[in-house]
Design a protein around this ligand. Sequence first.
Ligand code: GLN
Length: 189
Amino acid sequence: MVKIGVLGLQGAIREHIRSVEAAGAKGIIIKYKEQLTDIDGLIIPGGESTTMRRLIDKYDFFEALVDFGKQGKPIFGTCAGLILLANDIVGQDHAHLSLMDMKVERNAFGRQRESFEAEIDIKGVADQFEAVFIRAPYIMEVGPEVDVLATYQDKIVAAQQGHYLCSAFHPELTDDHRLTEYFVKMVEK
Ligand code: GLN
């Protein structure tokens, strides 16, 4: 059974553990960077990207996370986790982990649509997937190595670049675990 860590600093941690276990893998909450050596893949959950970044620095996780990705270990970023993976954030001089070649905008669906659900198709993963968006970002542009997996109202809301996967929505909040299962398969390979 593959072991999938969920970065346990802030955000929707337990929900991802539940989803990982439903998808047939072992879920482990990651509180210390030393634990990264023990897992096969990592989920960076939704929450608040600026707060999560502050905690990443405080607990000295930054280099360890970048190394984890550069070693070829799969990472799945959801919502704030997607923002942390991007190498370009609208209106900010500096990005965070910069592991995916894409430009993202935070809170991009506007105040009136702070949170909502929408049915989307995720290429190669799921048809009619009920996606939960909470103060969600979207991806404005992707580099040549990034595969667009889903759009909603012409905005990119899920993408993959090799062993990196991201979604602007929260796949862990419903009982439809197909996107998490897809990530588990990426880790198994
Ligand atoms: N708006 C949050 C951010 O900018 C992301 C929201 C979420 O993860 N649900 O980090």
